[in-house]
Write a protein that binds this ligand. Structure first.
Ligand code: AMP
Length: 112
């Protein structure tokens, strides 16, 4: 069964896309937890961080290198937070690996 993010990749359901290339897609979170809340996902179906394998090394490097580009594009010049929730105790709801990019306000630590 396709996840909601796979449906966004396949353009079956709409999303506000801010960046896309052959390997990844970034779009606005539908329930933003900060003034700017972007989700960056690989187009490859990888459920969680725990499902990464050695062959994903270049893909994940590519994703991480897009983060500052996307942050700059959406105006997060003062900084931002990145989060990857992993499985139940990490608070993961959608089982398609994604990087949250949150900004536009001062972040607190520790997170909840
Ligand atoms: P996580 O809890 O780390 O799995 O995060 C999943 C995120 O996906 C949440 O922040 C949701 O608000 C977001 N989300 C769920 N459905 C959609 C959607 N259709 N478009 C954009 N963001 C979504």
């Amino acid at each position: 069964m396709a996840t909601i993010f796979q449906k966004i990749i396949d353009k079956e359901i709409p999303a506000t896309i801010v960046f896309e290339d052959e390997l990844c897609l970034a779009f606005k979170d539908i329930n933003p937890q900060a003034p700017t809340h972007i989700l960056l996902i690989p187009k490859k179906e990888i459920p969680t961080l725990d499902d990464l394998s050695q062959q994903d090394q270049n893909l994940m490097g590519h994703l991480l290198l897009q983060v500052p580009n996307i942050a700059k594009q959406v105006g997060l010049s003062k900084g931002y937070r990145t989060v990857i929730n992993c499985k139940e105790y990490g608070g993961q709801e959608v089982y398609h690996l994604h990087i949250h990019i949150l900004g536009g306000r001062l972040m607190k630590w520790p997170p909840g």
